[in-house]
Design a protein around this ligand. Structure first.
Ligand code: DC
Length: 230
């Protein structure tokens, strides 16, 4: 049976467990991992630092420059996790603060920002053998991906997970604030005119509310292996 390494698209709302699932699935399949949310987060951070976050045209320029200069890099840590570097600085923690999560969500609604990041994403995925996680991967970036999943969970579950993650990082944002944040990002990400968060028609819906991360990863890995062998 011939085995081809494919593009695996994983989309879904904030806090559905996408990052953890994508990381473990990439390890299980020995695939690369492309965290596209980190790209939008880097644009948000760079625009905030440049003081232009409120000016869409300038945010677009920031995104174009970051793409043209290959300013964003993913480096693999010894424990298998990835760190995110922006112009030679490790920004793995800085891009994940609640403030920068909102900034990333806002900049991601700017069409020129999405366009600037498109080629970057496609050039990584073109060779196959990559798990790409985001919001519009199965619908816009890789509509031809042979393996597509839409991972979701209830708002309560997603908020509780995100709250736990923040606590582990020493962030004391309350559960209520996290839930409000999750709902606000859901609303913005799924109602924006360009590439809104939406399940692709041919994506497999996976609800992680009642399933463990390992169960979800195994289910996806089996589906990808079936597709690889086709
Ligand atoms: O997956 P994340 O939470 O790290 O993503 C950060 C923000 O970037 C999120 O609010 C939506 C946006 N995003 C997007 O619009 N398209 C993607 N492919 C990935 C993320």
């Amino acid at each position: 049976m011939s085995k081809s390494r494919v593009v695996v698209a994983i989309d879904g709302p904030a806090g559905a467990g996408k990052s953890t699932v994508s990381k473990l699935l990439a390890q299980e399949l020995n695939y690369l991992l492309l965290d596209t949310g980190a790209l939008y987060r880097c644009v948000g951070l760079a625009a905030t630092r440049a003081g232009v976050e409120a000016e869409p045209a300038k945010v677009a320029e920031v995104a174009q420059q970051l793409a043209a200069n290959s300013s964003i890099e993913f480096r693999r840590n010894e424990d298998g996790s990835q760190s995110v570097w922006l112009d030679g600085e490790d920004v793995s923690v800085a891009i994940r603060t609640p403030e920068n999560s909102q900034a990333a969500s806002r900049v991601s609604a700017i069409p020129e920002v999405r366009a600037a990041l498109m080629d970057l994403q496609r050039s990584v995925g073109d060779k196959g053998g990559v798990v790409v996680e985001g919001r519009d991967i199965g619908t816009v970036v890789f509509p031809q991906a042979p393996a597509k999943f839409f991972l979701t969970a209830s708002v309560n579950t997603r908020s509780a997970r995100r709250h736990k993650e923040l606590l582990a990082r020493g962030d004391t944002t309350s559960l209520e604030e996290v839930a409000a944040d999750v709902k606000e990002r859901d609303r913005r990400d799924s109602t924006r005119p360009v590439a809104p968060l939406k399940q692709a028609d041919d994506a497999v819906l996976v609800d992680s509310t009642e399933q463990t991360i390992d169960e979800v990863v195994q289910l996806m890995a089996e589906a990808v292996r079936r597709i690889e062998g086709e």
